[in-house]
Design a protein around this ligand. Structure first.
Ligand SMILES: Nc1ncnc2c1ncn2[C@@H]1O[C@H](COP(=O)(O)OP(=O)(O)OP(=O)(O)O)[C@@H](O)[C@H]1O
Length: 270
């Protein structure tokens, strides 16, 4: 696809609503050795909305999510074909700085993975690596603001020197979100961020996703269709490596276009 087509694709007008588009993927294939896990997927990730990736286990949701910040580069034998752009820039171009890319497109994993460092250092880490704070004062400000945005500040402000790993699971996940936010990303990818959490911690993360929406483009993989319905405005349904259907969440859950989507959301398989 040429640059003009990408520019055209950068405004999505499906369902009659104009959207700013942050990322555009075109004809993406992903292989693990000889096995093809993603087959010809094209999608736009809007700037101001939450996009949910749903589908049965093994359909390729996580694989596709990881193509958006080149996390698949770290998997031996994985190969990505196609074109993925962030604000029109090809993220697979050889000139792309992958460390910078992963700051711009941050990621939160299924299992909270704080570093074995203090709460403060967990949040400060990326800021330090990317040289984003010019003084201790500025660093403290960034850490405070990130913890506030992640809804964790009030719970940890008096114990910033305690280990991040000593927090509860839900707090650890919010700490990981604060860590992603600290480097001022444009996109946040979340790979089943609540699957290891209890219902109360899950509700807090969902509330947080609502608050983060609009500030960051968010894509979230979830097994939980109620969660997709609660947190997202756009939903992408994957099946056997294909993107079967993509559209407004409310439309997809009330009036799916494809039989396979209908079967999945009514619990017929998966
Ligand atoms: N590192 C890997 N090496 C080889 N095959 C892999 C690897 N990671 C994933 N796969 C395969 O790719 C396919 C898609 O997996 P993926 O984890 O992306 O699916 P998913 O929809 O996220 O599944 P789940 O919901 O169970 O997490 C599966 O067949 C899986 O076995």
């Amino acid at each position: 696809m040429n640059a003009q087509n990408f520019a055209d694709a950068a405004t999505d007008s499906t369902a009659g609503t104009e959207r700013d588009i942050k990322m555009v993927a075109r004809d993406v294939n992903v292989y693990y050795g000889p096995k093809q896990a993603i087959k010809g997927v094209s999608i736009e990730i809007p700037t101001d909305e939450v996009t949910a990736f749903i589908g049965p286990s093994g359909c390729g949701k996580s694989t596709f999510l990881r193509t958006l910040n080149r996390m698949n580069d770290t998997v031996s034998g994985a190969r990505v074909e196609g074109d993925i752009r962030l604000d029109g820039e090809n993220i697979y171009d050889s000139s792309m700085d992958v460390v910078q890319l992963r700051a711009r497109v941050g990621m939160v994993f299924q299992k909270p993975n704080p570093f074995p460092k203090s709460i403060f250092e967990n949040v400060a880490y990326g800021t330090r690596i990317h040289g984003l704070a010019s003084s201790r004062g500025e660093m403290e400000q960034i850490v405070e603001q990130s913890l506030k945005r992640a809804g964790l500040w009030d719970e940890v402000k008096d114990r910033l020197n305690d280990s991040g790993t000593a927090l509860s699971g839900g707090q650890q996940q919010r700490l990981c979100i604060a860590r992603a936010i600290a480097v001022d990303p444009e996109v946040i990818l979340m790979d089943e961020p609540c699957s290891a959490l209890d219902p109360i911690a899950t509700a807090k993360i969902e509330e947080l996703i609502h608050e983060l929406r609009g500030r960051y483009a968010i894509a979230i993989v979830t097994h939980n269709m109620q969660q997709a319905a609660r947190v997202s405005q756009r939903t992408a349904f994957f099946h056997l490596g294909h993107l079967v259907e993509y559209g407004d969440t409310s439309e997809m859950f009330t009036n799916p276009r494809e039989q396979r989507t209908k079967d999945y959301i009514t619990g017929r398989y998966g």
